[in-house]
Design a protein around this ligand. Structure first.
Ligand code: CS2
Length: 495
């Protein structure tokens, strides 16, 4: 390779001699979608599907405007801006090779903290027909303890006081929809792409709670002009590492400051409920169905909860990546028992889905040694993930008097993990919005009061009142403390 080429619109023709690039005319694309949250997942998933669609058809109305919402998104914004919205998607195949393609579907990028009005106006523009969201599980402002919208959140209080310079997605959506109503424009579809059971329903309930507080007269208009399809999204997308950037330079001679890496598998199941048109994503593999709920449930309670199992037990055992954890026989046996005895009985039969094959494929995907998905990434924000991924399974099993031992063990392991040390005494960095609370309660738990951890109501709700759960949890806690993770996992597996 003669020299490295910096990725941007100008160099695209040169780059296309090295790897696959968009051949459609990006300058002709209209912005039909505004997407909030332009991290790796969006770029490996929706932006990829849309790029494939633009590539295969002559459609021009579905370009994406990516919005960086948070001040901490400065870096990603600057990088994508400098590259004209272009980035390389590197699919890590099972044989170790990389399939590389430059993705061109993000044609505009906005940085909300610097210019909120621009973002509101963009969302209000009639050519925008869909607003999609990847704002993480914690971004919906749902409080597990009160089972409702968190009205005390300082960012929400800020948005109420400063409607034209909002910080949260709720502030932006409300202002944009208000403008659309005033302008006599159509509404848009708000499509959540986050891992939440009933993600569309959740978005609707949370948004309407906010609107009810700030613009009550807009509620009826939203109910009539906005739809909130549920969807199940899936593609494992680890954080990009410096090695990935280097590998792209070495293998293809391309300087891309922020390529995205992902697994080959991808799935998108969407409820077909769009008020203002939609891309033909089914032409590139998405499935449109009437009821997404069972698909979401299957994915959240097997894949995402499976990640949590591997993450927490793996971290305590001193592993750094998910493939290392799943290749530990005792941990993968634990995971299989959890899936078979605790999750499977809670799932409805899904037409066309072979659950046994699905579970086997998960173990294979987790085991992809080329992915090197970081346990740190998986364990981050567990306090927002666990109530969605794990606790609904526990609730259902408690109601039906089925096994809860593996989930109770996992919660005990999480309490011990939250002390911030693995079994070898090495530090674990806890990245979580409520890291201090987790740590404080974990310390009380470790001083002879294991159930103190279950008192975190924003995570566990009233779980501490279940005698059966508390007994299983306490016994697991004592075993892990006494024997260490490896031995206590082995004992539970052989029980
Ligand atoms: C992971 C997900 O964040 C997590 O804990 O389980 O990011 C997972 O990799 C994706 O949902 C896969 O589709």
């Amino acid at each position: 390779m003669e020299h490295n080429i910096k990725l941007n619109q100008k160099s695209l023709t040169e780059i296309s001699k090295r790897i696959s690039c968009p051949t459609y005319d990006r300058s002709q694309l209209k912005t039909g979608i505004v997407h909030i949250g332009i991290g790796g997942f969006h770029r490996a998933h929706e932006a990829y599907y849309t790029d494939q669609l633009l590539h295969n058809t002559a459609i021009t109305e579905w370009g994406i405007c990516g919005v960086a919402l948070l001040p901490s998104d400065t870096n990603i914004y600057n990088t994508l801006k400098a590259q004209d919205g272009l980035y390389t998607l590197m699919v890590k195949e099972f044989d170790g090779s990389l399939t590389k393609r430059v993705i061109g579907s993000i044609t505009e990028i906005l940085f909300a903290p610097a210019n909120p009005i621009e973002v509101i106006q963009k969302m209000a523009s009639p050519e925008v027909k869909i607003v999609t969201l990847t704002i993480t599980e914690g971004g919906y402002n749902y409080n597990e303890a009160t089972k409702s919208f968190d009205k005390e959140n300082p960012a929400i209080l800020h948005d109420i006081a400063h409607p034209s310079a909002p910080k949260t997605v709720f502030g932006y959506l409300t202002q944009a929809l208000k403008l659309r109503k005033e302008n006599g424009s159509k509404g848009f579809t708000i499509q959540s792409c986050d891992n939440i059971q009933g993600n569309g329903d959740m978005t609707k309930t949370m948004l309407l709670s906010y609107v009810q507080m700030v613009e009550p007269s807009l509620v009826a208009w939203i109910e009539e002009h906005v739809s909130f399809p549920n969807s199940m999204v899936d593609r494992i997308t680890p954080a990009t590492s410096p090695n990935d950037i280097e590998r792209l330079q070495t293998e293809a001679g391309i300087d891309d400051a922020w390529p995205v890496v992902c697994e080959p598998f991808k799935q998108w199941v969407i409820e077909d409920d769009f008020v203002n048109g939609r891309p033909l994503w089914e032409a590139v593999g998405a499935q449109f169905v009437e009821d997404v709920v069972p698909y979401e449930k299957m994915k959240l309670s097997l894949l995402n909860a499976g990640h949590t199992v591997l993450g927490v037990l793996g971290a305590l055992s001193g592993y750094a990546t998910i493939d290392e954890a799943v290749h530990d026989t005792q941990i993968s046996t634990f995971l299989k028992h959890y899936m078979d005895t605790e999750v499977t009985p809670t799932l409805a039969d899904l037409e066309g889905v072979d659950l046994e094959a699905y579970k086997a494929s998960l173990l294979q995907r987790f085991g992809n040694v080329n992915i090197k998905d970081q346990i740190d990434r998986i364990c981050s924000e567990s306090s927002a993930k666990i109530p969605i991924f794990v606790l609904p399974t526990v609730t259902s099993n408690l109601e039906s008097n089925r096994s809860i031992d593996f989930a109770a063990f996992l919660m005990a392991a999480w309490a011990i993990y939250s002390l911030g040390k693995d079994d070898n005494g090495d530090d674990l960095i806890i990245k979580d919005a409520i890291a201090t609370t987790l740590h404080d309660k974990a310390v009380v738990a470790s001083n002879g009061n294991p159930t103190a951890f279950l008192e975190i109501e924003s995570v566990f709700g009233q779980l501490k009142t279940s005698e059966r759960f508390v007994a299983a949890y306490t016994s697991a806690y004592q075993n892990i403390t006494k024997l260490g993770t490896e031995k206590s996992v082995l004992n539970l597996n052989n029980n």
